[in-house]
Every structure is written in structure tokens, then in C-alpha cells.
Ligand binder design. Structure first.
Ligand code: FMN
Length: 288
């Protein structure tokens, strides 16, 4: 897949035609998940469920901003075993599926949820795994005007959220720093040969979908490494924050790996420990 082009073309679609996605297309996606999908932590057990037109009523109240569900004929639900990096891994896998959908000319939208058990019960999923990520998908309608008006009539928090959701995304200069957090001086100058590759990979990262478009993260280039840092954000719940971090890792890695081969990310305790402002956290790092 041409990730740079797919990443540029993808956007969240919130209105879908009633037409169900054809069986042969679902089969392509199922096989992609089984054999090709990018996984951040391959040994982590996951399972993908497909749900059709009858699911919307069942999911109502269990998923979507303020339980406001995107109307869609179909949903993907990714289940995962518990693990400290389960959210990152689920964000990474589901975003790769979303880019595969984009490649197949299908539209999609990430869906938030708060309670795995509630979603499992609503959908009749019997599994030891927990719900890790949900996305709506189908054939998008051209206009999103009506849904934007619906956002306007929600509670105060959602009015704030709505402004965020409409905001343009942060660019590379607001996301990538050198040596110390906030330092943008000569960010890409010092890395010579890798400059073009890294620019394209950071550009892909800057276009990542994130919860309420908050982009509560950034990258630090330091000590011959790249470290993904999560930034404090009162609006982003933990689950959505982890998924958003997994998504940004997928965007960065899928593009950077075109040149450099497989990136080995180290997480948690094994990630680099650059000096960061209070509340900021090193999530994953790799050698440049
Ligand atoms: C973890 C996560 C949860 C999201 N949940 C919802 C949701 O419940 N409803 C919705 O309309 N959009 C949802 N979104 C989509 C974001 O609002 C969207 O990605 C962001 O506004 C940027 O827009 P874009 O995807 O068109 O680039 C979610 C995105 C992420 C990453």
C-alpha cells in the first residue's frame, strides 16, 4: 500500500449510505487482518469481529462521542488480551485496517467507548478478550453537514469538543522537537541522510486521527533516538489516549519503514528516558 497517499486521503466520515459493504470486500479485509495487518506487538492475542446493519441499535449508548453513535451499516470491533501496551497495539492494528479500507475506497470513523463489558454484552460477544478498538465503516455519503449540526446541540463539554474537532491539525513544527522538549531549532537539519525519510514519516504522523483531534503527543529527537511522548490532556480518556498513540506510531512506522526496514520500538520501562516537563511521558522509542 502507498501509505503516504492513503494517509493524506483518509478522513473521518460520519454519514454512511445504507448499502452494505459487499461480501467480497469484507473477505479481502478479513484476509488482510489474518495475514498482512501490521502489528506493533505480534505476540499479543487479538481477534477481529465484523458487525452489520442490525448492530447500530445494539451499540447505541455504548459507543461514540457522548454516546452519539455514527450511523453506519457496519462496524469493526477489535478484541485484545490484557497487556500494558494493549491499547497501543490495538490503535496500531485498527489504523492499519482503516488505511486498508481507504485503499479499498471505503470510508470509516473511529468510535470511542468506555466500557468493554457493556459493548460485549450489547453485541453478544462471548470472549476472554476485552474490547480494544471500534470503528464504523461503509460507503460514505458526500455531505457531513447534518452531523456537524448535531454536535452543536450537545452538552457544554461537547461544544468545547466540537471546536477541537473542527480545528486543523498540528504540523511537524508543533509536534517534533530536538534535544529538549519545545526546542524546534534545526529539528531535521542534524540528521543528514535521513532527513527526507523522517520528514515524510513525521508528516504522516501529523495527519493521524486522534480522540477529539487532540493530538496529545509529540516526538523528541535526542541521543540518536526518536521518542514518542504523550502530553497531558484533560479531555482525553486513558483508553482513547493509548489508541491515539498507537495510531500515530502506525502512521510514522508505515512510512519510515519504506526506507529503513522494520522499526524496533521499545516501550514502557525499556523506552528512553529523556528529560521531560512534568506530566509528559516517554511512550516508545527507537534508534534513529
Ligand atoms: C480513539 C478515537 C476515538 C474516536 N471516537 C470518535 C467518536 O466516538 N465519534 C466520532 O465522530 N469521531 C471519533 N473519532 C474521530 C476523531 O474525532 C477524528 O479522528 C479527529 O477529529 C480528526 O479528524 P480526521 O479523522 O478526519 O482526521 C475518534 C478518534 C480516535 C482516534
Amino acid at each position: 500500500m502507498n501509505y503516504t497517499a492513503l494517509i493524506e486521503n483518509r478522513r473521518s466520515v460520519r454519514e454512511f449510505a445504507d448499502t452494505e459493504v459487499r461480501f467480497d470486500q469484507l473477505d479481502i479485509l478479513r484476509r488482510y487482518y489474518q495475514h498482512q495487518v501490521r502489528r506493533l506487538i505480534p505476540e499479543l492475542k487479538t481477534q477481529l469481529y465484523f458487525f452489520g446493519t442490525d448492530t447500530r441499535a445494539a451499540l447505541e449508548g455504548a459507543a461514540g462521542y457522548n454516546q452519539f453513535l455514527v450511523g453506519s451499516p457496519q462496524y469493526l470491533v477489535l478484541m485484545s488480551e490484557a497487556h500494558p501496551q494493549a491499547g497501543l497495539n490495538a490503535g496500531y492494528i485498527m489504523e492499519d485496517l482503516i488505511l486498508k479500507l481507504t485503499d479499498m475506497d471505503l470510508n470509516s470513523c473511529w468510535m470511542t467507548f468506555t466500557d468493554s463489558e457493556m459493548v460485549k454484552e450489547a453485541l453478544g460477544i462471548v470472549s476472554d478478550l476485552h474490547v480494544a478498538a471500534i470503528a464504523a465503516f461503509g460507503y460514505g455519503k458526500k455531505s457531513t453537514r447534518r452531523l456537524r449540526l448535531n454536535f452543536r446541540s450537545m452538552s457544554d463539554v461537547d461544544i468545547v469538543a466540537k471546536h477541537r474537532y473542527m480545528e486543523p491539525k498540528k504540523g511537524i513544527s508543533q509536534l517534533v522537537f530536538r534535544e529538549t522538549w519545545g526546542n524546534t531549532h534545526k529539528v531535521l537539519d542534524s540528521i543528514g541522510f535521513y532527513e527526507d525519510m523522517l520528514w515524510e514519516a513525521f508528516y504522516a504522523a501529523s495527519l493521524s486521527p486522534s480522540y477529539l483531534n487532540r493530538q496529545a503527543y509529540g516526538f523528541l529527537l535526542h541521543d540518536g533516538r526518536i521518542t514518542l511522548v504523550s502530553t497531558p490532556d484533560d479531555y482525553t480518556p486513558e483508553t482513547d489516549g493509548s489508541l491515539s498513540l498507537g495510531i500515530v506510531l502506525l502512521h510514522f512506522s508505515a512510512v519510515a519503514e519504506k526506507w529503513g526496514g522494520k522499526i524496533k520500538w521499545q516501550f514502557g520501562e525499556r523506552a528512553a528516558k529523556p528529560e521531560l516537563p512534568e506530566g509528559y511521558q516517554a511512550v516508545a522509542s527507537c534508534i534513529l
